[in-house]
Design a protein around this ligand. Structure first.
Ligand code: APR
Length: 247
């Protein structure tokens, strides 16, 4: 796979009429949020089947809250980085239709992106598993975990655990965007998790070109990617933005 250059990315963005982005944990690593599967990834310290599966949460919520507390703590301190801002700017310029994110950190929205599909939910929202009631984090007492609703249901962050379905609306919107795009920027994902890792194939099968930005190659690089960038998201996007006319 030939390594591509920022001027090529700028050219692709300039010539596309329906570009979208699919993002993963890698885009937030430069904001201080660890990835899941990298060398220092969360899953090297927490077994995802014991700490991130819905059955694990239902059978031992106090244990799972150990990971959730750490995640909430890290996310509450994190701020968007130049890669998040570049995508928000591309949207403002009318060069990016939408972002489909696997991240639950709300950083795309904080950077100003408007059309964000939260494929795995959002850790800034909380919901009762029994009655579906939504909770503002400010109203919750995180010193008394696990959290229970007045209906005695368990309250959890509004994120998708393993073993849970992708929200119907998010799933539908994401696959429709993938079918309709002419360029998909796949940024900072190992493409290891279904069904998110089907989205690039759906886009490619509908004629889109695939750009991948990731310091490490993935299964996509070997099988699908048209233009591969082996640098960090913020570096590649910032350099391409600087080359885009009107920016
Ligand atoms: N810029 C771009 N990519 C980066 C950077 C960076 N600065 N730093 C790391 N990466 C890449 C890594 O090389 C890796 O391929 O980001 C990828 C992160 O992969 P994962 O940790 O597997 O995260 P992700 O693909 O988002 O995981 C998907 O799995 O654990 C579940 O629900 C969780 O949404 C998550 C899903």
């Amino acid at each position: 796979m030939k390594i591509s250059t920022p001027d090529k990315l700028a050219e692709l963005l300039q010539n596309s009429v329906a570009a979208i982005a699919l993002t993963g944990a890698g885009i937030s690593v430069e904001s201080g949020i660890p990835s899941f599967r990298g060398a220092y990834g969360l899953w090297t310290r927490y077994d995802p089947m014991e700490y991130a599966h819905i059955q694990a949460f239902l059978s031992n919520p106090a244990k799972v809250w150990k990971l959730l507390r750490e995640l909430e703590d890290i996310i509450s301190k994190a701020r968007p980085n130049p890669a998040h801002y570049a995508l928000a700017e591309l949207e403002k310029m009318g060069r990016l239709r939408a972002i489909i994110t696997q991240n639950v950190d709300n950083l795309h929205q904080e950077a100003g992106s408007r059309h964000v599909i939260e494929f795995h939910g959002n850790a800034r929202r909380f919901v009762c598993l029994r009655c579906g009631r939504a909770f503002d984090p400010e109203t919750l007492n995180f010193d008394q975990l696990p959290l229970y609703c007045s209906c005695e249901g368990l309250i959890k962050p509004d994120i998708i655990f393993f073993g849970e379905e992708i929200p119907v609306a998010a799933n539908k919107a994401a696959f429709e965007l993938a079918k309709a795009c002419d360029l998909m920027l796949v940024i900072g994902t190992s493409a290891a998790v279904m069904p998110a890792n089907h989205l690039p194939y759906t886009a490619k099968n509908h004629g889109a070109r695939i750009v991948e930005i990731n310091p490490e190659t993935t299964e996509l690089t070997r099988r699908l990617t048209d233009y591969y960038f082996d640098e960090s998201a913020s570096q590649v996007l910032s350099e391409a933005m600087a080359l885009l006319p009107g920016n």
